[in-house]
Design a protein around this ligand. Structure first.
Ligand SMILES: Nc1ncnc2c1ncn2[C@@H]1O[C@H](COP(=O)(O)OP(=O)(O)OP(=O)(O)O)[C@@H](O)[C@H]1O
Ligand SMILES: [Mg+2]
Length: 222
């Protein structure tokens, strides 16, 4: 089943045409990477897939549902329930602790206090940062923050995970851990995972890889 289907998507900012007819389909259990140099439109594509941005033309389907005609409220609702976004710019809430940040999407989805605390601690544990649960974001290193953001993205057991350069702030070991976690999510839990990266040569445990160039996706040859 296709979790995400993007067809004929175009997007410009002013006179700059960023996406020019993007086609992409990500099925349950697939782990797909989109590579490309800085400024080619990777974040733009991910934000469109995450229903944060609306394309100028083309269709976006999430779990078979065309989202183009939906209002902001319905788009937020779908995002909260089905999409885990790991943004390139983190957006942790500075006045909440790491634990509270991870709990927040679950609180918004109506998960009970006790269950959300347990799940948040479990996720932080899987990412090796459970010891930082009571700290505030400003007290974390970039790599630690990255892992807290990933925990937050996974909180509501999303069907689609969108990770925007999730390894760019991490040392080699933590980067491998994060990528392996994403691979396992797709493999074992059937989550559809889409991640971006700048390095075209890096070997990733993905099932498909693309390069974004001239506004379109091209298969990456290994
Ligand atoms: N809100 C915006 N308004 C105007 N231009 C924008 C906006 N967002 C992105 N752009 C432009 O669109 C192009 C694509 O940006 P995008 O952030 O998608 O690139 P990227 O591939 O994610 O780059 P990086 O690897 O540096 O994160 C860039 O030229 C950027 O300057
Ligand atoms: Mg980007």
């Amino acid at each position: 089943m296709a979790v995400l289907e993007i067809s004929g998507v175009w997007k410009s900012y002013g006179l700059v045409e960023v996406l020019k007819g993007v086609e992409l389909r990500v099925e349950e259990g697939e782990f797909v990477s989109v590579r490309g140099r800085s400024g080619v439109g990777k974040t733009t594509l991910l934000r469109i897939a995450g229903l944060l941005e609306v394309p100028d033309r083309g269709e976006v389907r999430l779990l078979g549902r065309e989202v183009g005609a939906l209002g902001d409220g319905e788009r937020s609702e779908l995002r909260l329930r089905y999409v885990g976004l790991v943004p390139q710019v983190f957006g942790l809430i500075p006045t909440l602790t790491v634990l509270e940040n991870v709990e927040l999407p679950m609180a918004l989805a109506g998960v009970g206090r006790r269950e959300r605390r347990e799940r948040a601690l479990e996720l932080l544990g899987q990412l090796g940062v459970e010891g930082l649960a009571r700290r505030f974001p400003r007290e974390l290193s970039a790599g630690e923050m990255q892992r807290a953001v990933i925990a937050r993205a996974l909180a509501n057991r999303p069907r689609l995970v969108l990770a925007d350069e999730p390894t760019s702030n991490l040392d080699e070991e933590s980067a491998a851990l994060v990528v392996e976690l994403l691979a396992r999510l797709s493999r074992e839990e059937g989550v559809a995972v889409l991640m971006t990266a700048t390095d075209l040569r890096e070997r990733l445990p993905t099932t498909r890889d693309y390069v974004l160039r001239d506004g379109r996706l091209h298969p990456l040859r290994g």
